[in-house]
Ligand binder design. Structure first.
Ligand SMILES: [Zn+2]
Length: 341
């Protein structure tokens, strides 16, 4: 990693780990988890993920991207944190690397994710068409039952993914229980997306996890830190008693204040690697993704309301951070200034 990209990565990491949360443990946990991940990875997390994705994906290679977090009657088709970030990252991988994004989520969330991806500029096709047509993607269901490993194997056979990415996707602990951020058991309808990551680990396929609480796929990489710093990390509020810290680790891990911010920061880092900051999506697209996500049924995961907001922060915050990411990569790639003053 050269100095320019490292410096850009440092700034993207700082921006995406800002925490705008109510009082309590949640205000500081992201910083503690970031420190643990940073110590292990030894480089800015966003740039590390971006560089390794860029190295793993050749033109027309498939990248599997999973997202979607719902909770019974409060979030019946999922929340606004996840789909917009996954769509933005998928669109960047499509544009910058000519990769073919295939999104995997709960069958109940497919329409919501498709609408969000389309708003992000990705056309929706079946896989056989998407693999030939640039700028398009495919979506597939990920089951919530014991068929998940067989389905994951089928997807690996059909799509031959060269990278697998999770954005705000719950991961189970050692006894197979996934938890919400408040240490309660996840919905029984939760897609067993960990099957994709277990298979990727077995086959040496590169993986990325993006999350904001420690209960998501990827954080198995720093499980001890999650158990130590996250409320309910070691001891949950459910009968399993094993805590919300997930066993599922990924090669690259991006810790963020809100998962969408982490995913967009990785997208910005990829644009920087390509020397093409103009590839980062516009404020208009960001706003449209969020609006489409809500229009098709998603709710704010912190508020439990169908508002155009993410984890309790309004659309203006999503747009402000996007603009800061844009300026970090745009100005950060410019040559030194020779000031005559
Ligand atoms: Zn539990």
């Amino acid at each position: 990693m050269n100095d320019t990209l490292r410096n850009i990565g440092e700034n993207l990491d700082r921006l995406c780990t800002v925490t705008i949360r109510p009082q309590g443990n949640g205000q500081t946990v992201v910083w503690r988890l970031y420190e643990a991940a940073r110590e292990q990875i030894g480089a800015p997390l966003t740039m590390d993920a971006a560089q390794r994705l860029a190295a793993a994906l050749r033109p027309r290679d498939t990248v599997l991207i999973t997202t979607g977090a719902g909770r019974n009657e409060y979030l019946p088709v999922g929340e606004t944190d996840g789909p917009p970030g996954a769509a933005a990252l998928g669109a960047m991988l499509s544009q910058a690397l000519d990769a073919v994004p295939v999104f995997a989520t709960e069958v109940e969330y497919l329409d919501n994710l498709a609408a969000t991806a389309l708003a992000g500029g990705l056309g929706i096709r079946n896989f056989d068409v998407a693999r030939r047509v640039a700028g398009t993607c495919a979506l597939v269901p990920m089951p919530a039952d014991d068929s998940a490993p067989a389905v994951a194997a089928d997807y690996f056979r059909r799509f031959e993914p060269r990278a697998v990415v999770a954005v705000e996707k719950l991961g189970p602990n050692d006894v197979g229980v996934a938890h919400t951020a408040t240490g309660r058991p996840a919905s029984a309808a939760r897609a067993r997306a960990e099957a994709l990551f277990d298979l990727a680990a077995e086959r040496g396929v590169f993986t990325v996890g993006v999350g904001d609480n420690g209960n998501e796929i990827g954080f198995g990489k720093i499980r001890d830190a999650v158990r130590r710093h996250k409320q309910y990390g070691a001891e949950c509020q459910c009968p399993c008693g094993q805590g919300l810290a997930t066993r599922v680790a990924t090669d690259a891990l991006v810790v963020a204040g809100t998962s969408n911010w982490g995913a967009v920061a990785v997208a910005a880092a990829i644009a920087a690697i390509r020397g093409r900051p103009e590839l980062l999506h516009s404020a208009e697209v960001e706003h449209r993704m969020l609006q489409e996500c809500v229009r098709t049924g998603a709710a704010d995961g912190s508020l439990g309301r169908h508002t155009v907001s993410v984890d309790g922060t309004p659309a203006t915050v999503q747009l402000a951070l996007l603009e800061l990411f844009r300026q970090v990569i745009t100005i950060g790639l410019q040559p030194p200034r020779n000031r005559p003053f």
